[in-house]
Design a protein around this ligand. Structure first.
Ligand code: PA5
Length: 446
């Protein structure tokens, strides 16, 4: 039988943390809404916003990416993903979780993966260009709108450099695009210059990690994207259940909702203990912030990391205001392990012989229990292992939880009007046609 990630919420309950935790009857009451919400979501299944639920079943895309990967491997050594926000964070989370930090130095198969386009700080681009052999480098430009300033200026800069290095004609093969196929500045350039446009999936960026946006680099780096998608399908299946005992994404959403609405706990910390899930926490942070922070509502997401933040944040979490709920993530089985060497030092001898993995688990348990003892609600997501399959589950778990939480709060989780506002001011200030009104407006304050 296929294993499923487990959400352990016992330390979120009133039984364990008193008045700061949820009551069973509150959860049961919310659970009564699940069938109606699932029915509504099912009805909207052909709405582009919800098309992320179709991504785990997209075999055509898997085949296309497979072919593309062969070409990439034959011609290039490096792949640079150029994007910002959702067009960057999902791919980063996959690569960091599965490949670690030193992958480009350590690996033997697949391409070296780099990320750019999420800043206009020129040093980052400059440094990257110093280490890349452009003749051996492909670029994946991801922008749903095809007009976001940060990735677009990076793209224009890389494009000029690549043309300089290999000539206009050959440069064509160095760029792959993911943008909506309708008219926008990036798709216009792609069409004119003959770049392959994978066509951004119709839904919003935050729910695009299991589209080409996240899968191309995962595959190019040597990971099995079929397993990622198989994992996501498992969570899709349990999300269709109206049984509270089965539908863990709904329970997660319901407990976030109850904490926020009933107990004014408006900060949600995600604290993985496996180090390379740190970028996953950043992906979660954006999902929670942009999906749920609107109409004067919102739960502020914090990306933390265990055990690192035991020595930075934990004091606040344990003795600060009762405004947080914490979610840990830890893999039960972890293929990496080391043993602490024995020592004669009297004070340190107790450490000798322990495995690093065992210590990691002890750190998580000690933190979780001490939080509970201080009446700080916390839960843990246990991954049977840390691999493509369970990572796919994890992404889909949070995507579905965000949708459920949006439904409970009565919020449209798929738009981001606040982000658009500042984008328009930037366009205005930089002289983009059609944004003169915004330019006039912001100039009054400069
Ligand atoms: O989640 C979102 O929609 C945003 O964070 C966008 O991903 C971000 O603004 C980048 O937009 P685009 O993909 O259009 O370049």
């Amino acid at each position: 039988m296929e294993k499923i990630i487990k959400y352990d919420c016992q330390f979120m309950s009133a039984e364990k943390v008193g008045s700061f935790g949820f009551k069973k009857q509150e959860l049961a009451k919310l659970g009564k809404k699940l069938a109606t919400i699932n029915k509504k979501i099912e009805k909207l299944k052909n709405n582009p916003d919800l098309s992320f639920r179709k991504l785990p079943y997209d075999n055509l895309l898997v085949n296309l990416l497979g072919k593309l990967n062969v070409i990439l491997k034959k011609n290039f050594k490096n792949l640079v993903i150029v994007g910002i926000g959702a067009s960057d964070l999902g791919a980063r989370a996959i690569i960091r979780t599965l490949a670690g930090r030193y992958n480009n130095q350590l690996k033997t198969k697949g391409l070296n993966i780099y990320f750019a386009g999420n800043t206009t700080d020129p040093r980052v681009l400059d440094d990257l260009l110093k280490i890349l052999d452009l003749k051996k480098t492909a670029f994946f430009i991801v922008s749903r709108s095809g007009s976001t300033i940060e990735p677009m200026v990076s793209f224009l800069y890389f494009r000029k450099k690549v043309i300089g290095a290999v000539g206009q004609k050959k440069a064509q093969k160095h760029f792959i695009i993911s943008t909506l196929p309708n008219k926008n500045p990036l798709s216009d350039i792609a069409q004119k210059e003959g770049y392959l446009n994978l066509a951004h999936y119709p839904g919003g960026g935050r729910y695009s990690v299991l589209s080409a946006n996240g899968l191309l680099s995962a595959m190019a780096c040597g990971f099995d994207i079929k397993k990622l998608l198989a994992g996501a399908r498992v969570i899709d299946k349990i999300s269709k259940s109206n049984n509270l005992k089965v539908n863990s994404p709904f329970i997660f959403a319901a407990l976030q909702y109850l904490a926020y609405k009933k107990r004014k706990q408006n900060i949600s910390v995600l604290m993985p203990y496996n180090y390379y899930l740190n970028e996953f926490a950043f992906w979660f942070r954006q999902l929670w912030a942009e999906s749920l922070g609107k109409e004067r509502l919102g739960i502020t997401p914090i990306a933390a990391l265990g055990p690192t933040d035991q020595h930075s944040q934990l004091q606040l979490y344990i003795e600060g205001p009762h405004d947080k709920i914490i979610t840990f993530i830890i893999a039960e089985k972890y293929k990496h392990d080391l043993s602490v060497p024995k020592t004669n030092n009297k004070e340190m001898a107790y450490l000798g012989g322990h495995s690093f993995n065992q210590i990691l688990k002890i750190e998580h348990k000690a933190t979780s229990v001490s939080l509970m003892k201080s009446q700080r609600p916390n839960g843990t997501i246990y991954l049977p292992e840390l691999n493509e399959y369970y990572l796919g589950q994890l992404f889909f778990f949070f995507e579905m939880a965000a949708v459920y939480l949006g439904e409970l709060l009565g919020i449209n989780v798929f738009n981001q009007p606040g982000v658009e506002h500042s984008k328009k001011y930037m366009y205005g200030l930089l002289g983009r046609k059609g944004f003169e009104k915004e330019a006039r407006e912001i100039k009054k304050f400069l």
